[in-house]
Design a protein around this ligand. Structure first.
Ligand SMILES: Cc1cc2nc3c(=O)[nH]c(=O)nc-3n(C[C@H](O)[C@H](O)[C@H](O)COP(=O)(O)OP(=O)(O)OC[C@H]3O[C@@H](n4cnc5c(N)ncnc54)[C@H](O)[C@@H]3O)c2cc1C
Length: 498
């Protein structure tokens, strides 16, 4: 009965974000042009949704591949042609809109489940989440069996603030907690080490140090990933590299709907005119800006014709991006000794290393390479590189040192190939950012924003936020042209006790 009541209160774990009017037409009758700037998931989403309806869409992408942070590209190393990506990605079950899209383009069949959400700590101890009760709230109580919470957590007056974690509500959560960091909350509530370990890894998954991570964003993420649905921390991964299992399907869909992808074409000039937009010397009726925060800020600082829209312009040019993150992929001549490890493991970082991915167990091309060369492919992530590690060499040295701490059997391995990325183009989900975060609808006629950094009134995050914001931008344009919108969904917008 309790499970049923929770399910009822949380609206069956799925809410509709809009009510498309079925009496409106599906296809556009007259020609309308749309410039989509940036070909990450957000840009792909806007472009696919609009080209399907007959809009004349052009994507402008600065790189020679599309996909953005889920892009994949080839490189040469020691005479071999290899492929790499920005890094491991988990497709959570509550990514309703992105997963519907994967079904539509026929890429869904490439998703395979991961065994467990695992964190390793104290050198060789493992914290998994398998077997947890699936019902929200009962899953939190169930964390007792791992020592993450105890009855005292909720009874102790110092622990009372933990109840706020169960009460996500846009208005009150951001008002009360956007100015406080997760680290400050953990200190003031004397959070136990196990619980801190779990939330620290959550916070780093948003590329933020616990000292910088907005507590409100963390509460939202806990709601989205754990407390608003029965899927919990279970997720899937792609069984093959991102180009073969995801991006090529998007490209085919776009080609089949006559959209044009301009590869290696950065937009250097965006101009608002009386009739629409000039993008790299071409005129468009609509523009959807889907660049990452860092490049959005740069592009909008150099844009023209937006002077009368001072508020949105100042929000866009003041956007904050993350600190540095690093991804080191290694093709080696050895394997890890524990055969029970899942494809992806969070580590309790010593200084730098946040996660390790075992590609030789996961992606088809990596499995093939591994069999042929009798070695493993490992990817080491630091989601937030400490300030005192500056050069590539320093970061790599530390990543490897910590990798050997958790995987001592790898010490002395031969590295056949490596690919290293050291970047800072992720959104900052830091304290005090929410109020000034721009929304999909900008107030500039015909100009919309999409990306994982754009503020929405639903709880989606990361890849799901990128896809959903692109689809919302497309819906606004369909609405403006009198077309039927696409149906979008989300987990419930309010927490169970909100
Ligand atoms: C290492 C790593 C691991 C991650 N793991 C996960 C995960 O497990 N689960 C999850 O859900 N999310 C994960 N994410 C986050 C996820 O990748 C992003 O949230 C999502 O892909 C963002 O998509 P986007 O379209 O908003 O932005 P982006 O992917 O950043 O796309 C922006 C695009 O704009 C292009 N661009 C920029 N400037 C210009 C310009 N001037 N002209 C033309 N083009 C331009 C860029 O080249 C890029 O293609 C991870 C990210 C990283 C880096």
């Amino acid at each position: 009965m309790l499970r049923k009541a929770i399910r009822r209160k949380l609206q069956n774990y799925r809410v509709k974000l809009n009510e498309p009017d079925a009496s409106l037409p599906f296809f556009l009758k007259e020609r309308k042009t749309v410039a989509v700037i940036g070909g990450g998931i957000a840009g792909i989403s806007a472009a696919c949704n609009l080209s399907e309806r007959g809009f004349d869409v052009q994507i402008f992408e600065k790189e020679h591949y599309v996909g953005g942070k889920v892009g994949s590209w080839q490189f040469e190393s020691n005479g071999e042609q290899l492929r790499t990506e920005h890094g491991f990605h988990g497709f959570f079950r509550q990514y309703y809109n992105l997963r519907n899209f994967l079904k539509k383009i026929d890429a869904y069949k490439h998703l395979i489940p991961i065994d467990d959400y695992t964190i390793i700590f104290d050198k060789d101890k493992k914290q998994g989440f398998k077997g947890l009760d699936k019902t929200p709230v009962l899953n939190v109580l169930d964390l007792r069996k791992f020592g993450i919470v105890t009855w005292k957590t909720f009874i102790n007056p110092l622990g009372m603030p933990f109840l706020n974690l169960l009460k996500f509500d846009f208005e009150s959560t951001y008002k009360k907690f956007d100015a406080e960091s997760f680290a400050s909350f953990a200190n003031r509530t004397m959070m136990n080490p196990k619980m801190r370990l779990v939330f620290n890894s959550f916070s780093r998954a948003f590329f933020a140090e616990p000292e910088d991570m907005s507590l409100a964003e963390l509460i939202k993420s806990f709601h989205f990933y754990f407390l608003s649905n029965e899927d919990g921390l279970v997720y899937d991964v792609l069984d093959s590299d991102f180009q073969n299992s995801f991006i090529s399907y998007c490209e085919d869909f776009l080609k089949n709907h006559d959209a044009c992808i301009n590869y290696s074409t950065p937009v250097t000039k965006l101009e608002k005119t009386a009739q629409g937009f000039n993008v790299n010397e071409q005129h468009f009726d609509y523009c959807v800006l889907c660049t990452d925060v860092k490049h959005t800020k740069k592009l909008m600082s150099a844009s023209q014709g937006f002077e009368t829209y001072a508020e949105i312009l100042s929000k866009l040019t003041a956007l904050k991006h993350s600190g540095r993150y690093a991804v080191l992929r290694l093709w080696t001549n050895r394997f890890e000794s524990d055969p029970t490890l899942p494809f992806f493991i969070f580590t309790d970082r010593l200084k730098c290393l946040d996660s390790v991915t075992l590609y030789h167990k996961m992606e088809k091309e990596s499995v093939d390479w591994s069999k042929e060369h009798d070695g493993g492919i490992f990817e080491l992530h630091s989601y937030s590189v400490p300030k005192d590690l500056v050069t590539d060499e320093e970061v790599k040295t530390h990543l490897l040192r910590e990798f050997y701490h958790y995987f001592p059997e790898m010490e002395g391995m031969k590295t056949c190939h490596e690919y290293f990325q050291h970047k800072d183009d992720f959104p900052a989900f830091h304290t005090n950012q929410y109020a000034s975060r721009p929304e999909v609808k900008t107030g500039v006629p015909g100009f919309y924003l999409a990306g994982d950094w754009v503020k929405m009134d639903n709880c989606s995050m990361l890849m799901e936020a990128a896809y959903t914001s692109g689809a919302i931008a497309a819906n606004y344009i369909m609405q403006a042209e009198g077309l039927r919108e696409n149906q979008l969904e989300s987990v419930p917008i309010k927490g169970i006790f909100a």
